[in-house]
Design a protein around this ligand. Structure first.
Ligand SMILES: NC(=O)c1ccc[n+]([C@@H]2O[C@H](COP(=O)([O-])OP(=O)(O)OC[C@H]3O[C@@H](n4cnc5c(N)ncnc54)[C@H](OP(=O)(O)O)[C@@H]3O)[C@@H](O)[C@H]2O)c1
Length: 436
């Protein structure tokens, strides 16, 4: 039986989860894997204010990295503090000293992966990130250890549980975004400051990691198009329902290869046909749909976050690190700060669009709008119209929804700019991209 000592940095949801899973399954892991994994140190900010301080033996707690770094028995450092600093410094310190690192911190990995990767290569330490994406779903390992023989050209995923919880409620109960967000915050499904989730940042960090591994080239967070769910309205869901769609916050990555690798990566609300497997993912669950040239479609589904699922992924990495001591696997691409010269991240992709307008209800309006779309090479597939009167009944307004055929992103944006300037346009009420 091999004795393994680890240090856990941060004793919040994930850190304490690691402690719990080890207590629950430690003997089983020892029996099956031949590894007795013990937490030797837990780093906290201070003892007094740590809410989980009374949940583990007091002698494990420390408030600085020195004791952890100086202990030759600690070979693996588990980082679950979150954020950039001090996580970045602690991870680098450990890797520079040849200690392997397991982390659940997607933000620091998506922004500083190349620095960590270089340090790990230099010292031969392992760097393991399964818990950064998809919580308990073994997504990273699927890409690095199961699908290496396939050329993955498409990723489409629901990778943020909070937003999927909110969108499911908006869809099923016809509620407004603000009301569902308030309820989600009260029930602990959304943070007091929800921006990272509802503005799509969290999904961008995860898509950066997933698409880099799937496409074997570094896709920096800054190159990913991002749009959150805060502008979605009850009317968007009514139209989606009428047309047979669900609205999901999707992380999308697509790759085509010519002389260069052309990649599009984007996070935005998306209308999905109700028959698409991702359309049926409800509540806080996550799912990722991959397509590879040899495997066709692969879908992974499960708890994308939560204390025990995430801690389980962390400990899976710890076990993997132990089994690969001395020969830790490295990423297969040139991990550099920017995009590799052989890769082009596209800003102008093809999609179908659902556009909602309010316009003056009078003859000739529809043809002038269609003319604007035609000028920008955007062809229309479906038009839905309903009438309304404004409050003082002096104006007759038509609400029109257009579904386009496949069109270029920049052409649609240019068409919208021209539509705003049409005298008949009252407002542009929504634009949602559509995947079929
Ligand atoms: N929760 C999940 O389900 C989940 C799932 C997947 C990935 N993750 C990721 O895992 C990481 C941790 O998430 P979490 O939910 O466990 O967060 P959390 O509950 O806020 O726990 C983080 C802990 O780290 C502590 N900490 C912060 N700075 C520290 C420092 N300088 N020294 C020592 N301790 C420090 C925090 O203490 P204070 O509270 O005093 O600041 C807190 O106890 C994040 O990157 C998150 O994105 C979380």
């Amino acid at each position: 039986m091999k004795q393994v000592y680890i240090a856990v940095l941060g004793f919040g949801t994930v850190g304490y989860g690691v402690y719990q899973v080890l207590r629950q399954n430690g003997d089983m892991i020892a029996h099956r894997e031949g590894l007795k994994i013990s937490i030797k140190r837990i780093l906290v900010k201070d003892f007094v204010n740590e809410p989980n301080y009374d949940k583990a033996p007091k002698e494990l707690f420390v408030t600085g990295m020195d004791e952890i770094m100086a202990d030759p028995e600690i070979n693996i450092v588990v980082e679950c503090m979150g954020g950039i600093e001090p996580a970045r410094t602690c991870i680098l310190q450990a890797l520079d000293a040849g200690k392997s690192v397991v982390t659940s911190n997607k933000e620091v990995i998506s922004k500083h992966w190349y620095t960590f990767d270089a340090a790990a290569r230099r010292t031969g330490a392992g760097l393991y990130i399964e818990a950064t994406v998809g919580g308990g779903i073994p997504l990273i390992r699927a890409l690095t250890d199961g699908l290496q023989a396939s050329r993955i050209d498409r990723i489409m995923g629901i990778i943020n549980g909070t937003t999927n919880f909110i969108l499911t409620k908006m869809s099923e109960e016809g509620l407004a975004f603000e009301d569902v967000l308030r309820e989600a915050q009260a029930n602990g499904f959304a943070e007091a400051n929800p921006a990272a989730d509802v503005e799509g940042y969290d999904a961008c960090y995860k898509l950066s990691i997933l698409s880099s591994l799937a496409f074997h080239t570094h896709i920096p967070v800054a190159t990913i198009y991002r749009e959150g769910i805060t502008r979605l309205t009850v009317a968007d869901f009514e139209i989606a329902k009428q047309l047979g769609y669900e609205i999901k916050l999707l992380a999308i990555g697509k790759k085509t290869e010519s002389d260069k690798m052309l990649v599009e990566t984007r996070v935005h609300p998306t209308m999905l046909k109700k028959t698409h497997p991702l359309a049926s993912i409800r509540g806080s669950f996550n799912a990722v749909f991959l397509h590879g040239n040899t495997v066709d479609d692969v879908m992974l589904y499960g708890r994308g976050a939560g204390q025990l699922p995430t801690a389980s992924a962390v400990l899976g990495d710890v076990i993997y690190a132990c089994h690969h001591e001395g020969a830790h696997p490295q990423v297969t691409f040139r991990n550099i700060p920017d995009t590799d010269s052989g890769t082009v991240v596209l800003k102008d992709w093809d999609s179908i669009y659902c556009i909602r307008l309010r316009v003056a209800d009078r003859p000739g309006v529809l043809s002038s709008i269609a003319g604007v779309f035609a000028n920008h090479n955007v062809s229309l597939k479906t038009v839905l119209q309903s009438a309304e009167s404004d409050e003082d009944k002096t104006k007759h307004i038509a609400k029109i929804t257009f579904i386009t055929h496949m069109a270029r992103e920049l052409s649609v944006q240019a068409a919208l700019k021209d539509l705003v300037n049409l005298e008949c346009t009252e407002s542009i009420d929504g634009l949602i991209r559509v995947e079929e």
